[in-house]
Design a protein around this ligand. Structure first.
Ligand code: GN1
Ligand code: MG
Length: 358
């Protein structure tokens, strides 16, 4: 991406001859993002180059986002809303002369973002924010949302993709992956167990991780961002993604696996924050699904990273050759740690849920 290309995009969204400055933001595996200050408008924007190989129907993604923000805008939703900028022709996507696709969101002033949470108060506030989003989306007819990524949280489908990748992988990658495949296999039955739960579908964020939260200096969540994958799913999908990304004190690609583990205080705070926002609304079977759902989401992420490693890194960008294998290994280590503490997780969930029902 050169400056002339970004200038073309800025002209399209904000009119010709804008004076602007920008820097690239290193956040997210899928799209590429720039912070752009449009000086003549005295406003900042997040400008994104849209990844069409992941989201092959970009208009459906934008359609979902518009449905969701329109719903939230007239409800009791206390955070900023990522409303996409419209072009003069009313569209929210711009195709530049190099055939790349772009969109723009308002920039929300915030003090920090983070990929890991080490403070229980932050875990509480983060889970409360994702819970609030989930709760406020209740009632939005799911028929108004399109399945932008079919089978996104379909664990059995993810496992069968891994099986296919194993049969097609190059020998060297397969050998490297083998020990981790052996360690993850015992958990595959979780897919069947979770498939049997028959829970109501809720409108989930589906990427409920700290990197999708913006914070102010008082530890309050300014905004939940990245509405690309908002789709109906069982509630454990969002709870599970939070567990996956909150409870371990290190990033998902940390290679010192000794550091990967479950900070039980963080889990406790996360659970309390989540029930603070959703308590009394969730059904008992949903509450009972949360612990195994969390294990399921960690398993799913491990399977996705492992599949991508075996498929020679088609999906997730990598910084070194075994990056996806290391990400998978990290997630398998976390899965084992969570599984060891399953009884504690269940007890904490039960207590927390009881508390909100009183
Ligand atoms: C991807 O791009 P980003 O970081 O928001 C992925 C999620 C994964 C996550 C792992 C559309 O999200 O599903 O859980 O990486 N998004 C997509 O960090 O595949
Ligand atoms: Mg995302």
């Amino acid at each position: 991406m050169d400056e002339a290309q970004l200038n073309e995009v800025i002209n399209a969204f904000f009119g010709p001859d804008q004076v602007w400055s920008s820097y690239k933001i290193d956040n997210g595996h899928i799209h590429q993002t720039w912070h752009v200050e449009v000086h003549s408008l005295h406003r900042g924007f997040a400008i994104q180059q849209f990844n069409e190989s992941v989201f092959t129907q970009p208009e459906l993604v934008m359609g979902n986002i518009l449905e969701v923000v329109a719903w939230l805008a007239v409800r009791d939703y206390p955070m900023r809303l990522p409303v996409p900028r419209t072009l003069p022709d009313g569209h929210t996507l711009f195709r530049d002369s190099a055939q790349q696709l772009w969109r723009a969101f308002p920039w929300f002033a915030h003090d920090y973002t983070t990929t890991t949470l080490t403070d229980p108060d932050e875990a509480f506030a983060g889970a409360q924010a994702f819970g609030r989003l989930l709760r406020t989306l209740d009632g939005l007819p799911s028929t108004r949302l399109q399945a932008v990524l079919p089978h996104f949280h379909d664990l059995s489908h993810r496992i069968s993709q891994l099986a296919k990748a194993i049969t097609e992988a190059d020998e060297q990658r397969l050998q490297l992956a083998k020990p981790w495949l052996e360690r993850v296999k015992p958990y595959f039955d979780l897919a069947n167990q979770l498939a049997k739960t028959h829970l109501p579908l809720r409108i989930c964020h589906n990427d409920a991780k700290p990197a999708n939260l913006l914070w102010d200096r008082h530890g309050r969540v300014v905004a939940v961002i990245d509405f690309d994958t908002i789709m109906p799913n069982p509630v454990w999908c969002d709870f599970g993604d939070m567990v996956r990304s909150f409870v371990s004190p290190v990033a998902e690609d940390e290679t010192d696996f000794e550091l990967v583990g479950v900070e039980i205080e963080i889990f406790q705070a996360l659970t309390a924050g989540f029930f603070e926002a959703t308590g009394g609304w969730l059904t008992l079977p949903e509450i009972q699904s949360l612990a195994d759902g969390a294990l399921g989401i960690v398993l799913e992420q491990a399977v996705r990273f492992l599949t991508d490693f075996l498929e020679a890194d088609r999906y997730y960008p990598i910084e070194y050759e075994t990056h996806n294998l290391m990400r998978a290994a990290n997630q398998i280590t976390l899965l084992e740690a969570l599984s060891d503490r399953r009884q504690d997780l269940l007890r904490i969930i039960r207590r927390s849920a009881a508390h909100t029902l009183l």
